[in-house]
Design a protein around this ligand. Sequence first.
Ligand code: PRP
Ligand code: URA
Length: 199
Amino acid sequence: MIQHKLTIMRQKETGSKDFRELLNEIALLMGYEVTRDIPLEDVEIETPLCKMTAKKVSGLKLAIVPILRAGLGMVDGLRTLVPVAKVGHIGLYRNEQTHEPVVYYCKLPFDIEKRFIIITDPMLATGGSACDAIQMLKERGCTNIRLMCLVGAPEGVAKVQETHPDVDIYLAALDDHLNSDAYIVPGLGDAGDRIFGTK
Ligand code: PRP
Ligand code: URA
């Protein structure tokens, strides 16, 4: 289902409303993988029939940290899965000439260093934005970080793996290469513009 939804998103005629809805649906589905090994504990409960020992998430607190703007497009889907997660925001944009990320905003939950963090960003291109966001979180003491993207380029995956080998990367698709403008090919174009209808 993730691949089917992603195919619709990639098509250039898909409009902003469908693009946004599909992105959130995929985020929810990927959230299953990203959270599949979070620790559980036994709790004693009573069903209408009898007592039983059941599983519950063991006190682990989650934070979703979208990289603005496009990462916002995955937050609602993930929050459907984990309604109690707090949300922090890291604002980065790519300089169009150098393709280097520029920081313009950072607001995180006060106890971010204690949380299991899922960074969201649909596009992992050169990997510069993801690496900077991870670095900003590590500088604030965070140690438990996962990166959830929709489409990645081999160049971006390699950069994150080299710079932050402790951070697991989750992708719906690994694409072919970057073009001379550092766009992912075949990709889906500019994710932020497609989510927010700015082009
Ligand atoms: C896009 C995308 C990533 C970044 C990926 O954001 O959402 O954050 O580019 O590129 P990189 O891996 O080469 O750093 P963009 O800078 O276009 O900003 P936007 O989300 O505000 O549109
Ligand atoms: N950012 C995007 O939105 N798309 C790309 O292909 C690369 C960076």
